[in-house]
Ligand binder design. Sequence first.
Ligand code: DGJ
Length: 740
Amino acid sequence: MIALAAIALLAVTLPAQAGKPNKKAKKFTHETVEIPAVTPKVIAVETAGTQLLIQVDKKGTLRTVHYGAPAGNPDAFIKFSVGASVPETYPAVGGRFNGQDALHVKYADGTQNTELYYVSHETVAKGGITTTTVHTKDYVTALEVDLVYEAHRAEDVILMHSVIRNPGKKPVELRNYASASLNLAADDFLLTHFYGGWAREMQMDQTLLTHDIKVIETRRGTQATQSNNPSFLLTLGKNFSETDGEVIAGALAWSGNFRISFEIDQSERLNIVSGINPYASAYPLKAGESFTTPEMIYTWSREGAGGASRNLHRWARKYGVWNGGKVNPTLLNSWEGAYFTFTTETLLRMIDDAASMGLEMFVLDDGWFAKDHPRNSDKAGLGDWELNDAKIPEGIDYVASYAHSKGLKFGIWIEPEMVNPDSNLAQAHPEWVVQSPGREIYQSRNQWLLDLTNPEVQDFVFGVFDRTMSLSPNIDYIKWDCNRNVTSFGSPYLGDEQDRFFVEYVQGLYKVCERMREKYPDVIVQCCSSGGSRIDYGSMRWFNEVWTSDNTDAITRIGIQYGTSMIYPACVMASHVSAVPNHQTGNITSIKFRFDVASAGRLGMELQPKNLSAEERAIADRCITSYKGYRDVVFNGDLYRLGSPYEGDYYGLMYVSPDKSKAVVFTYCLRYQNRASGSHVFRLQGLDPAKNYKVTEQNVDKSCWWGNGKSFSGAFLQEGGFNPKLLKTNTSAVFILESK
Ligand code: DGJ
């Protein structure tokens, strides 16, 4: 038996004033609680190509000693010494630890020390997943923490979360409650993370980590990923590479405030603490309650950023996205073509055009609802989810049935978490609005946010989805939008427990999503939040796809899609061809270039088709037909990025089918080339060097590659023979590679 070091020595008598004893002073005793000794061991969490090793010493202290390629027999690490200053596997405030914490608990008596020691662990294997749960405990307060590791064997992905239990008789306050902490050794750490704003999501920042702490986080509540995405790539080394070197990718499955912090401390090791952002959220945990943190998703690869992305994508298609990998239909969305101004006639003609172009669905965006405060602009109507029959007197079913009669599916837009002050709902339920007493309720896009911590609001939001679905049996798709962030946060429902707000908003959202999926498993639901402001693996569990960005300009979209592809798979990436000059940037590009950019994700169109010229229509028809011939590879193939749109004049990407028999290659020239300088060589990746691939350029009469229509070995294509002539700015070429 090992005893804790003696703690307090004194009856603490802090003088409130000289000479007077502090009446609130407590008597601490010298008695220490005994910690049961344990047999030293190493707990191994393993996938096919990775190993995470947690060392347990004789005192029961846990330390993560390895994450990366399999390092052989785990027991070799029993005596491996990382030094006492290295953070524990789940570092808590208290004990001998002074570093970055994953857990900070304030107890009912005001003390804030927690020391977690190993109690036991168990491993359960089911299908392709092995779950290891490590039970830990603080022997003074009885607080229990389970560290849960879900190893997805084939995908080389490990999910980590914690469950914090308060078995005591008094409430405690969780001041930090991270999902996971990961400790790593390397000489250098290059962090790639994703920031952005409206219409420029998933931009990349790279930082060579230095000593001290680097934090990526958001405090926006909703639209959380408009500032930073809860994900990163970490190169173990100085230089970013698509193809080589060790890279760890991490992503938190949480759609609200998050914080991921990276600290290189005096041990020269890196500690990454990731989880819900405790900002304004000291979470109360009553006696007997437990708190389950969201999953932190990790993968490791020695094939550079590309390898790490592919691991995540494979995992996401199987486990992380609702119906991941299932091919979603091409579509025409009404937004940029009609905005708020349409009649039934407008919609029917758009449906006709969509059908004749070979698209597979029509989506009616914003503007179809609210009678007393009609939704004719973004100033009114949100909250009043009844048909505006001044616009569509025949009803939604009429339009949806018309779409079906033309062989199209039908989708419709909602924004159920929101209310315009100018609406019946705002008048009927002022107490449902997020607000703080006595303070202005700030508007953003003329709207307020509904308080999803309130179960009545959850019922309402689910009801919006449910009632919209009941407008027609022919609704196949819902676009769920969310166009503002949280300001002056506060919930009338939560009373004096406002600390719960940010956490329980997200939990409320997920409860609604769960109900949505119980009742509507097959409806395709797009996650939109002014574009991609809610793209994370928390929402993706419930949604089929994401509206990647309101930015539909092909030139800048390439960068947004590039960043998105680092973490999220192509099957979720909705990409639409829109009109020029582009409504967001004013850029003018050819319709072929726009198609060649949008076709790297789930292809759609978002314009008024009748405004296209005959020539543009012909190109559109051709591109849509061609896309249908290779989209199975876009949705389910492995992604290989060929360079970066931020560097050099050319960029490309390709998807390769799992059996390597088929690939689609997208190539772009992004900056003007001196024609005398010759053409750029794209070194393709992911092919079988020994297979012969027939290369066919798509959507052109005259190919820009001399080898078009011929067959070449994978080795030739990968090692330097593929050089389509793309010599003008914003030109592109798409090729299908097939091996018979
Ligand atoms: C924001 C979305 O990102 C757009 O696509 C569109 O649906 C508008 N909202 C509608 O208000």
